[in-house]
Design a protein around this ligand. Structure first.
Ligand SMILES: [Mg+2]
Length: 401
C-alpha cells in the first residue's frame, strides 16, 4: 500500500487530517481544537510521506519525527502518526489496540476538567465559587468520579484576586500563563481555602486534581503541596513548568516531589520519549500526562507509559481539546497501558455536531466515568463526507476529493 495524499481541513477551529492510500483506505487524525494555525505545518510534511507504505508506521515516522517540537509544534507529526495507525488497523481488519500489543482492559477510566466558565454561566475564584464548581461537577452527565480544577497560575485567579503574588499582572494576555512569581501570604491562604472548599464539597467519593501552573517557585510549590496533604488530592499539575513551556526543568521538580505526599504531575507539553527521560529516571514527579496529540502519537505515549511504570510513576494522559478523533485515539492507547494508568483527560471541548458528522460513537460515551473500548477496525471512528461538508470552509472545499 502507498500513501497518495494528505489533506488538512479546519472544522470549527479543529484541524482534521485525512491520509489517503492507493488501496482506498483512509486514515483520520486530529489536532487540538484551538490550533487552526497548524494547517500549513501539516501540509509541509506531505512530501515526506507520500509514496510511503502507511502500514509500516515506524518507518514513516522516522522520516518526519525530527520535524516536530514541544507543544504546539509536535501536533502535526502526532496527528499523522494516529492517522497511520488508523490505516494500519483498517488494513489488518483489527482495532488499533491489537497492533499495540492488545488491550489489558475492556473499559478505560476518564476524568473531567471542569472550567470555571462552564459553571452556572461562569464563576470566579472565591471559596463560594469553588463550592459551586464542585456541585456542578457532581451533577454532570457521565458520572465522572474524578475532576480537575484549573486554579492559581492556571486560571484567572492571578488577575481576579488582588495581591495574589509578587509579580506584574498582564491585563490583556490571552491566557494567564505568562505570570510567574512568589505567592503572597494572603494569596497562598486564599488559594488553600478555595481548594479546600472544592474538595470538601466533592467529598471522599470523588478524586480531585489541580491544574495550578506554570508559575510557581519551587519553595511555594512544596509549601502548597504540603498544605494540601490531608485533602488526598489525585495530583497537582504543572506547578513549575507545563502547558506551552518549551523545556522541562526536572531538577526543579526534584526540589518538591520527594518531600510531600501530594502527588506531583507534569508533561502535557513535552514532545517525544527522549524529553521524558530525565523526568522519569530521576523520579522528579509522581504522575505524567503526555498528550497523544502533542507527544508524537500513541505509540510514543505507550512507550513512555511503560518506561514510567518501571520507575513507579503513574499515567494521567492529557486530552482536554483533542476532539472526537483524539478521544478515539486516547481510548485505543489507554486500553493497552500498564497498571500505572489512573485515567485520561476527557476531551470535553468539542461541540455535539461532531457526533452527527462522524460514525463510531453513539453519542456521549461516558458512563460512571468509564468508556467501553470499541472493537471497530482502526481507531473506530469515521468522518461522514456528506454530513461533514457543510462544516468545511471555502478554502477546504476539496477535503474529500
Ligand atoms: Mg494541564
Amino acid at each position: 500500500m502507498k500513501i497518495t495524499d494528505i489533506k488538512c481541513a479546519v472544522i470549527a477551529s479543529a484541524p482534521v487530517i485525512r491520509i489517503t492510500t492507493d488501496e482506498g483506505i483512509t486514515g483520520w487524525g486530529q489536532i487540538e481544537t484551538p490550533k487552526p494555525y497548524l494547517q500549513p505545518i501539516v501540509l509541509q510534511l506531505k512530501s515526506w510521506i507520500v509514496g510511503q507504505d502507511p502500514v509500516n508506521v515506524e518507518r514513516v515516522m522516522r522520516r518526519i519525527r525530527v520535524r516536530g517540537g514541544f507543544k504546539p509544534w509536535g501536533a502535526a507529526v502526532s496527528a499523522i502518526e494516529m492517522a497511520l495507525w488508523d490505516i494500519a488497523g483498517k488494513a489488518a481488519g483489527v482495532p488499533v489496540y491489537r497492533l499495540l500489543g492488545g488491550k489489558v482492559r475492556d473499559q478505560v477510566r476518564t476524568y473531567r476538567t471542569l472550567y470555571h466558565h462552564e459553571v452556572d454561566g461562569g464563576v470566579g475564584h472565591t471559596p463560594e465559587d469553588y463550592v459551586k464548581w464542585a456541585e456542578w461537577g457532581k451533577a454532570l452527565d457521565g458520572g465522572f468520579g474524578m475532576f480537575k480544577l484549573p486554579t492559581a497560575f492556571h486560571s484567572a485567579m492571578v488577575r481576579d484576586v488582588p495581591d495574589f503574588f509578587y509579580g506584574a499582572v498582564e491585563p490583556e494576555s490571552p491566557f494567564p500563563y505568562p505570570h510567574k512569581g512568589t505567592l503572597t501570604e494572603y494569596g497562598f491562604r486564599h488559594l488553600v481555602e478555595c481548594v479546600t472548599a472544592a474538595k470538601e464539597t466533592l467529598g471522599p467519593a470523588y478524586g480531585l486534581a489541580l491544574d495550578a501552573g506554570p508559575g510557581y517557585m519551587p519553595n511555594d510549590a512544596l509549601r502548597f503541596a504540603k498544605a494540601l496533604e490531608h485533602l488526598h488530592l489525585l495530583w497537582i499539575e504543572d506547578m513549575i513548568t507545563g502547558d506551552y513551556v518549551p523545556f522541562v526543568n526536572s531538577d526543579l521538580y526534584r526540589q518538591v516531589t520527594p518531600y510531600t505526599t501530594t502527588p506531583i504531575h507534569t508533561g502535557e507539553q513535552i514532545y517525544l520519549r527522549q524529553n521524558y527521560k530525565q523526568l522519569i529516571e530521576t523520579q522528579a514527579v509522581n504522575v505524567i500526562g503526555p498528550d497523544p496529540c502533542d507527544v508524537g502519537g500513541i505509540a510514543e505515549l505507550k512507550w513512555i507509559a511503560e518506561h514510567a511504570d518501571l520507575h513507579g510513576i503513574a499515567m494521567a494522559p492529557h486530552g482536554t481539546a483533542n476532539g472526537i478523533f483524539g478521544l478515539a485515539a486516547l481510548i485505543q492507547v489507554c486500553a493497552t497501558l500498564p497498571d500505572n494508568l489512573i485515567a485520561f483527560e476527557y476531551p470535553a471541548r468539542f461541540e455535539p455536531f461532531w457526533y452527527d458528522i462522524t460514525e463510531g460513537f453513539e453519542g456521549f460515551p461516558v458512563k460512571n466515568g468509564l468508556i467501553d473500548v470499541p472493537d471497530r477496525p482502526g481507531m473506530g471512528i469515521e468522518l461522514i463526507p456528506e454530513r461533514a461538508k457543510p462544516y468545511l470552509t471555502e478554502g477546504d472545499a476539496d477535503f474529500f476529493d
